[in-house]
Structure formats: C-alpha cells, structure tokens
Design a protein around this ligand. Structure first.
Ligand code: CRA
Length: 820
C-alpha cells in the first residue's frame, strides 16, 4: 500500500508553493478562488501518484476493461469528494484552518461540473465512483462540453437560463492528453474499390470534413484503495494540417467550415432530460465522442493483444441509453473496413462486446433519426446500419415467416427513420432496465417483441447511488453518528446499515437522529435565507421535491395540493395544522414551455402564501434557485419528507428517492420506479403510498385515457383549486397567466387528451397520504423510528451493489488490487 496520507506540514508547504507559482502571491494575499486552485493542485499531485500506480497495475494484470459510454456525466464538485475518498478530508481541513482558510468556503469556489441533465448523468458519476472503489478497470467516456447545463436564475418568478462557463478559471483536476487525439470524419461520400487480391470490396470515405478529438482526463478516486480510474472527455479542435492544405488549394470556405465544426460540436450540452430534440448537432456530438472512444479502445487493445476475436474477453462497452448507440456501427466499421474482418466475425465480436441500458419508456425520448440527415452526415455508418438492418430483417422473417407486422414494429430502419433503440438491442448481448418495475414494463409493453425474440438478453439492474458523496460528504453529522453505532464498514458495504435497526426503538438513538436532522435543517434554512431571502422555520416539516421539472414528475400536483391546503387553512383557521415548508428545486429544459409555467406557478403561490400574515407561517413555499449536485447534498440531509409522486409507470427508477431514504426521509410516493423496491425494503408502514398503480395507468392509456372532468364536477375542493388558476388569485388578477395549465388538466376547448399525467385522478389520495404524513410527524417517537428505519434499510440502494451486478451478469470484470 502506498502511504497516500497527507503529511500536514508538507501539504501546507505545497499549497503555499502553488499559490506562489500560479499567482505570484503569498497565501495571505490570495483570494479564496486562488487558494481553491492551489489546494486542488496539491491534491491532484497526490492523486497522480496513485493514478500512475493504478496504470502500472493494469499493465501488469491486463484486466478486462469496461468503457461506460455516456453523453452525460454529472460529476458535481471534485475537491471535497476526492478528499473524502483519499481519507484525507479531516487532515486537509485542519491544515487549511491553520493557514487561515475554511475548507467549506474553499470547496464552494469550485464550479459544479454540470456535464449532465439529471438522473442519467448523475447515475454515470455514481457508477464511476463505485467501479473504482470496487477495484475494477473502467473508463468513463464522454464529451467536454464548454458549457454545461445552464445556471438557473429566477426573475419575477420565471426561470432565466444563464450560460455555465465552468472552464472560465481553468479546471484544476483535468489533464489534456493531446498524444491520444483522434480524427473523426463527417460527410462526404463512400468510394467502393474492388481488391482482386482478396476478392473484397473496400469502402473509402472521401470529400469529408474532419475534426480532431482531443481527450481530457479526470481522475476518479476510489475510496481508500489507491485505485484511480479515468473519466475521459473529448474536446474538438480543428485539424491544422488539413486546413493549411485547403488554404493552398484555395478552398478557403471549406477550411473555415472545418474550423466552425470543431468550435460548435462540443460547445454546449443539450438541456433536455428525457426528451429527444432531433437536432443535427446532437447527432454530430454522438458520433464524435463514440468514434474517438471506440478508436481509442481498439488501439489500446491492439497494443497488447494480437487477435481481435478476443475483444469480448477484454473489453465491454456499456451504452448509457441510446445516445451512444453509434458504437455498434462504428465498431463494425473499424473491424470490417480497417481491420479487414469478415462481417460475421465482426458482428459476433460486436454483439458480445456491447450492452445497452434503457432509462425511459417516455415516447418523446425515443431517438429516431431521419435517414436523410443520418446518411448525409455519416454515409459509411449509414451503409453499415443498412446492412445490419437487412440481416436483422432476415432473422425476423426466419423466426416469424410472413409476419409483416413484426417487421414494421422491429425494423432498425423503417418509415424513413433510423431507430436507435432497435439498433442497440440487435447490436448487443444485454438489454437492461433500471428498476424491477421498469424492466417488467419493458418486457411486457415497450419492448415486448424484442423480449419475445431474445428473452435471454433482458435483465434488470436497479439503480443505486454512492454513499460516499450522499452521506459521508453530504451529511457529515449523520455519517459520524452511523459510524459511532455500527463502525465504518458501511462506507464500502452499505448493507451494514441494517445493523442500525436495533436502534429503531431506542429513545436516545431516536433523539440523536432527529437532533442531527434538526441541525441539518438549520443549515439549509440558513442557505435558503441567504439565497432566497425567505425565512423558514426549522421546526416545521421540510417537505421536499427536488428533481428535473417534468410533467410526469407532477410538481404541478404538489403545488395544487399546497393551494388546496392553503384554502383549507383560510376557511378553518382554527383547524390543527402542523407547520410545513414545501421546498422545490428544479430546472426546466429551456424550450419546455409547460414546465416553465409550472415554475412560475410555484413561485406565484409562494409569493401569496409566504406573505399572508393571517396564516401565522403555517405554510411556507420555497423554490430553491439553481438546483444542482452541490446544493442537493445539503438538501437531502435536511429533508423530512421525500416527494416521489410521478405518474405510476413513468419514472423508470428515480435516484433522488434513494438519496432521501439514505438521509432518513420517508417517501410519499406512487408505486413507480424504484419506489416499489424502497417500500419493499423499509416496509409499507414506513412510507406513504398513494395513487393509481402502473397497471391501472397503462390500462387507461391503452383504452383511450380517462375523464378528468368527473373530478372537476364532483369534487368542490378540486374545482376551487383549478378555478384559482384562472381567476387571478395567484396572478394579480391576470386571468391568462395560468390558463394553459388549467387547460392541460381539463381541455375544455380542444379535443386533445386532458390531464395526461392523471393529476386529478390521484389528487385526493395524495391529499389523504399527506394527512397521514402530518399525523405521523406529530407522534415524535413514531416519526423518529420511521426516519431511522429509512436509513437503516437503505443498504440495497448503493451503486456498489448495482455495479457488482453489472460485473457479475454483464461485464465479467476482474478485480484489481494495487501493489499486489
Ligand atoms: N431522466 C429516468 O427518467 C432514472 C434515470 C437513471 C432517467 C430516471 O427515472 O432514474 O434515467 N431517464 O436511470 C433518462 O434519462 C433518457 O432517459 C432520467 O434521468
């Protein structure tokens, strides 16, 4: 084992030295941001030694490698997390104290690398943490967007997007690796040349434009094991030689175009969660990072192996949703066109190497590219997909002779479109969903035909989260308390949390647990006061819904319920009511109008209720601006109630639900996604479940929907709340501000379906569940027990468990020990 521990004096010296070298300043003169840079470099120095050691060990052991291919990695800040995983957090905190700096403030200087939208991107980040902590050889492969997900400002209650220039001051943890640059080609045409010597056709792309993909590596530090893996994100640069060549030929225009291609391609992350926008630039981004990553993987493999038929023994490609599905065709291109393998051999290698994770059944998220666009941008890749499709259709016909319906539903190319999910399923050996219910819906509904044809490919991998970030770093008080009671084993083996169950009825433990929750609420209240100017009462129930804003997640139902409660309090001021703070945090995709209106509604309701003195602060509504990984850690730690209220069947898994549970917040939710498994672990008596089941929802959908009007007509409470959307109550008399939301629920003047997400159908059972929450919270002992049991039963939801299942059932990786 390498002694990676921080010798305090040495570390202080190195920080001062860095400040001097970087800024020509003494540490006393340096700004907090400059100290952040200096500290990060000192930490990186330690990490790099382990990074090198890990590399050496990999060279020696030659383990199988998984490449986790993803358009998104929502890493969150690195400094604090790296210190946690190096087990050096306390030492560094002390060292900085002695230098006159506060580690928390230094951590706050780091931009929050937001190279992802929501759950899918954050899952990728948790997976890298777990892969490394478990000692597996893994690369994350993605894109170095120059602008990550926009920063959210709230102005007059509306969301305003501000560009996230996260690289502005330089990012200390990345390393540029120009020696691994790759050329990626777009456009042009394919020339076919017959080679009489081999009797084979050769396919040569000509007249193309190209960009240079330049990798930047970020270290992924394993917990206390000296393993450091790599997140490799690709930047784009113009290919200079080629440009000069064009200038010579007088093709100025083409040269400039090539420069622009490089500039545009990695400029910005598309801000859509669970939604496919069909933009040409997005397709370019996909091929760009896949081509570079696959070229690199093959090159690396060939350095130490001579036979490409062995690729599946040494390499696994995991496709994080369909965004990286180009992998299948690019690998075929390299094997057939460049390595001269026979098609059948190449196909066997490809399908044994690739595996696909599905993250959604939302139809608007399905990637279908128009043939015209695809074949123009990627002419050779398109030809290869045509051939894959041709052979796939033959297979279908063999299995289901004469069944045109199967062809129509399963073809990879159909109706002028390339269907990426179908390519991902045909081109790999594994298809997995991200929670048990989701996988079952895939098998029975969305991917039924594929499941019938390839039952063995389908499997479930319920998502997980890393406890290192979301408990050890995010909730230090609770983390210490847990360690005091059951030892530190939970940090790498979360199932040990179950040892806390014996404390569920222990008065002292309950009090300590709730006291920690209270302190975390005070911490969040302070943040809210500083950032929102709203004073909240830490003795009120903190009821929290933080996640992307999406209609299916039903933030609208939550705020309508707040309106309903407010009406009740106004009508019956004497009725008992336990004070509640409803906390929201959510970004809406920049072009998602309905979602943005919902943000405005939440803020409008907050304005009215928070300023109504007559209700004595019984309800407060807070919309936390710019919800992101860094403030999420603090929010989960402070939550009493976890809102997981998606329309059943729509939320594939959810991962926020697990972070709340781990931090001791019971769930109010529907039987959707991983909520089902959460309830299974913690017991129905320790959660608040309501609403239609997924079967009921799917049943309605398959039979033409349902009629929300009946609820409007028969339920005066619902009617009142809906009327308030159009009578100016929350809009200073403006009847139109929330008209569209009202219409979406009832559709009085259109033939479109109304209330597609069953808000009115679930409203009353939601309200009833919320009453149960209040009742349970009033009983202090009962609540403490529930909260404690949520933490105690969260063991299943570590991403360490998820990753071990991927390893055992899909990737079959070898464990590596450093210094062995
Ligand atoms: N939006 C699902 O909706 C799931 C994550 C990670 C999502 C979540 O329920 O927890 O993936 N799907 O598996 C998605 O991005 C393209 O589909 C998500 O983050």
């Amino acid at each position: 084992m390498l002694d990676n521990h921080f010798k305090k004096e040495e570390f202080k010296k190195s920080v001062k030295e860095n400040v001097k070298m970087l800024y020509r300043k003494t540490i006393e003169e340096a700004t907090q941001e400059q100290v952040f840079q200096a500290v990060s470099l000192a930490v990186k120095d330690v990490i790099i030694d382990n990074w090198l050691l890990t590399q050496k060990q990999y060279e020696k052991d030659d383990p199988k490698i998984v490449y986790y291919l993803s358009m998104e990695f929502l890493m969150g800040r690195a400094l604090g997390n790296n210190l946690i995983n190096l087990c050096a957090y306390d030492e560094v905190k002390e060292a900085l104290d002695e230098l006159g700096f506060d580690l928390n403030v230094i951590e706050d200087q780091e931009p929050d690398p937001a190279l992802g939208n929501g759950g899918l991107g954050r899952l990728a980040a948790c997976f890298l943490d777990s892969l490394t902590t478990l000692g597996y050889c893994a690369y994350g492969c993605g894109i170095r967007y120059h602008y990550g997900l926009f920063k959210q400002k709230i102005e007059d209650g509306y969301q305003v997007e501000v560009p996230d220039n996260w690289l502005k001051n330089g990012y200390p943890f990345e390393l540029r690796r120009p020696e691994y640059a790759k050329e990626v080609k777009f456009g042009g045409y394919v020339k076919v040349e017959y080679d009489p010597a081999t009797g084979r056709n050769h396919f040569i792309q000509e007249g193309y434009q190209s960009v240079l993909a330049v990798p930047y590596d970020m270290p992924i530090v394993g917990y206390n094991n000296n393993v450091v893996n790599t997140l490799r994100i690709w930047d784009a640069e113009a290919i200079n030689d080629f440009r000069l060549d064009l200038f010579d030929k007088g093709e100025y225009h083409k040269a400039v175009e090539q420069e622009n291609l490089a500039k545009n391609i990695v400029e910005v992350l598309y801000p859509n969660d669970n939604h496919y926008a069909g933009k040409e630039l997005r397709l370019k981004q996909q091929y760009f990072f896949i081509s570079a990553s696959i070229q690199e993987a093959i090159e690396k493999f060939k350095k130490t192996h001579s036979d490409l038929h062995d690729l599946p023994k040494k390499v696994a490609f995991q496709l994080n949703d369909t965004h990286p599905t180009m992998t299948v065709a690019e690998l075929m291109r390299i094997l057939v066109d460049e390595e001269n393998l026979e098609w059948e051999d190449a196909w066997n290698i490809t399908t044994q190497t690739c595996a696909y994770t599905n993250h959604t059944i939302m139809s608007e998220a399905l990637e279908k590219w128009p043939i015209e666009l695809f074949s123009r941008l990627l002419p050779r890749i398109y030809q290869i997909i045509e051939e894959i499709n041709r052979r796939f259709l033959l297979e279908i016909q063999q299995k289901y002779p004469g069944n045109q319906e199967k062809i129509r539903k399963m073809a990879i190319i159909y109706d002028g479109q390339v269907k990426m999910a179908h390519l991902a399923i045909a081109g790999g050996h594994s298809v997995n969903g991200v929670a048990r219910l989701h996988t079952e819906i895939l098998k029975k509904q969305e991917l039924k035909d594929f499941y019938e044809m390839y039952p063995d490919k389908f499997n479930n991998k319920t998502n997980g989260i890393t406890q290192r970030r979301f408990l050890l770093h995010g909730n230090p008080l609770l983390a210490s308390w847990v360690t005091e009671h059951i030892g530190a084993g939970w940090i790498t083996d979360l199932s040990q949390l179950s040892k806390l169950k014996v404390y569920a009825d222990d008065k002292k433990a309950q009090q300590e647990f709730m006291n920690i929750k209270y302190q975390n609420k005070v911490r969040l209240a302070k943040y809210i006061l500083e950032h929102n100017g709203i004073e909240v009462n830490p003795n009120s129930i903190f009821d929290v819904q933080v996640k992307r804003l999406h209609e299916y997640k039903r933030q609208l139902m939550n705020i309508l319920h707040v309106m309903y409660l407010y009406n009740k309090i106004k009508e019956h001021p004497e009725m008992p009511f336990y004070p509640r703070t409803f906390i929201f945090g959510a970004k809406a995709a920049a072009g998602y109008r309905r979602a943005k209106q919902t943000i405005k509604l939440i803020n409008a309701v907050a304005d009215v209720i928070n300023n109504d003195k007559s209700i004595n602060g019984k309800i407060k509504v807070v919309f936390i601006e710019n919800y992101r990984v860094s403030n999420a850690e603090m929010i989960f730690a402070a939550a009493d109630v976890s809102e997981q209220i998606s329309t059943a069947s729509k939320e594939a898994s959810g991962t926020g639900n697990m972070k709340f549970m781990l931090n001791g917040a019971p769930t109010i939710g529907t039987m959707d996604g991983a909520n089902v498994e959460i309830v299974e672990e913690v017991g129905a008596e320790n959660a608040f479940i309501f609403g239609l089941s997924s079967d009921e929802v799917i049943n309605y959908e398959n039979n033409g929907g349902y009629d929300p009007m009946q609820y409007f007509n028969n339920d005066p409470d619902i009617r009142n709340v809906l009327m308030q959307l159009i009578n100016g109550t929350y809009s200073n008399g403006d009847f139109n501000m929330f008209r569209e939301i009202y219409d979406s629920l009832l559709n009085t003047n259109s033939s479109d379906k109304a209330d597609t997400y069953f808000i009115l159908a679930d409203f009353k059972s939601y309200a009833a569940a919320q009453e149960k929450v209040e009742e349970a919270y009033r009983d202090e002992e009962r609540w403490a027990k529930m909260a404690l049991l949520n933490t105690a039963c969260a063991g299943k939801f570590t991403s360490d468990r998820t990753i071990q299942q991927y390893v055992d059932e899909i990737w079959h990786l070898d464990k590596v020990v450093i210094g062995k």
